[in-house]
Design a protein around this ligand. Sequence first.
Ligand SMILES: [Zn+2]
Ligand SMILES: [Zn+2]
Length: 102
Amino acid sequence: MKKFQKKEENFTCDHCGTINYGDGWTDHCHNCLYSKHVDNYPGDRRNKCHGLMEPIGIIRKKEEKIVYECIKCKTRKICRSSKSDNRQEILKLLSQPVDLSQ
Ligand SMILES: [Zn+2]
Ligand SMILES: [Zn+2]
């Protein structure tokens, strides 16, 4: 069962104030990579937490995925990074090993 939903919307980043133009899959800020805890499943916007999700690390397999931790409720989630993401921030995350055990 796929629960991914496409949403096209622009949003202003709560962390750095950058305006992000939604391409339908945007779920995090391309500048600072922060995301927001609004989904139970990607795109459903059903989570009531609305805490900022901090990028804490990168998993590198076939593609790069960003590991997030909500600063409010400590929920972790993993998101695909996109081509327009700030490379510098990605590299910074890659340089800090992260403990991914829940
Ligand atoms: Zn930002
Ligand atoms: Zn949360």
